[in-house]
Design a protein around this ligand. Structure first.
Ligand code: NDP
Length: 301
């Protein structure tokens, strides 16, 4: 009997916090759609120029997750007709050796995009490596030039993960105009460009990090919450404002996100699953950025 009452109370609480079921923001499905568009764009480039667009991936160190990401990215390249080449370095390589390769790839006209997989192990100067990628080939928006231009709304390839998230929000008609958006995480590849993209879409943005005070209080006010911390189930269900849109960038061991999904799904209006939310969109955006980079370099509209 007590069990039944408990279940009823839980159900009633769910109905109060979120009277409708949360909508899953399906990154797998949207990424598939985007890959088809990119495959068509690649075919047009090949038909027009006779050149096959090429992405160079650069992997430093032996982190198994990074190696898997590079493999997945190269496999997806193949699916849409992008050629890929890979350069690998041991973790103890010198900054200069890495820079030499980035310079060589920059000057190679058959390479249209360069992606250095992060994280890059210390003590390599990762900023120097990112800065060595010329703007036209910076398909992950990691150089300061691309970052600055994106903030100012000037043409440059956007950082893949936040740009993929923006596409996902757009697909589900999430209105960002004037909403309170909270981003947790301020990394140059994710949190910071994410915050600036949201600002450029007229959200009012709070960017949080490890020194932020009263984080749960700030999260509680978010209409749109983006979590990019890298700690499993870091954001708890009761932090989330009822009806909020929740984007979980986390991809921790065991396919666990940075948000407590089981608790959050009963409170949010929309939420990304892990896996199947942000991850596939990151790769799909990389492919579409590479296609755009190739088209620009080959003078194809
Ligand atoms: P970083 O480690 O570079 O950044 C983590 C951020 O979280 C930092 O800004 C840090 O703050 C902040 N942070 C750490 N602890 C706390 C805390 N207790 N309270 C508030 N903020 C905190 O990670 P990334 O940005 O590279 O990645 C974030 C997550 O996104 C990871 O799970 C990663 O796996 C995932 N990711 C997923 C991708 C995908 O395609 N799905 C792509 C890229 C990343 P501070 O700056 O003060 O140290």
């Amino acid at each position: 009997m007590a069990g039944l009452v408990g279940k009823l109370i839980t159900k009633m609480n769910q109905d109060i916090t979120n009277p409708t079921k949360p909508r899953l923001l399906d990154g797998t499905q949207l990424a598939r759609k985007l890959r088809i568009q990119t495959a068509n764009q690649i075919q047009t480039i090949i038909d027009t120029s006779g050149v096959t667009p090429c992405l160079a991936t650069v992997l430093v160190g032996s982190d198994p997750a990074s190696a898997t990401y590079v493999r997945m990215k190269r496999k997806c390249c193949e699916q849409v007709g992008i050629k890929s080449i890979n350069r690998e370095f041991p973790a103890n390589t010198s900054t200069q050796a890495l820079l030499d390769t980035v310079h060589e790839l920059s000057e190679d006209d058959t390479v249209h995009g360069i992606l250095i997989q992060h994280p890059i192990p210390a003590p390599i100067d990762k900023r120097a490596a990112f800065e060595a990628i010329p703007l036209r080939k910076d398909v992950d928006g990691v150089s300061s030039a691309a970052f600055g231009r994106n903030i100012l709304g000037m043409p440059a390839h956007p950082s893949c993960t936040p740009a993929g998230i923006m596409r996902l929000l757009d697909e589900y008609n999430i209105d960002l105009d004037g909403v309170a958006a909270v981003v947790i995480g301020r990394s140059p590849i994710l949190g910071r460009p994410m915050a600036s993209m949201l600002i450029n879409h007229h959200a009012t943005v709070t960017l949080c990090h490890s020194r932020t005070r009263d984080l749960s209080g700030i999260v509680r006010r978010a209409d749109v919450l983006i979590v990019a911390v890298g700690q499993p189930r870091f954001v708890l269900g009761h932090w989330i404002k009822p009806g909020a849109v929740v984007i979980d960038c986390g991809y921790n061991e065991g396919n666990i996100g940075d948000v407590d999904f089981d608790a959050a799904k009963d409170i949010a209006s929309h939420i990304t699953p892990v896996p199947g939310g942000v991850g596939p969109m990151t790769i799909a955006t990389l492919l579409s950025n590479t296609a755009s980079a190739a088209a620009q370099q080959l003078g194809i509209k």
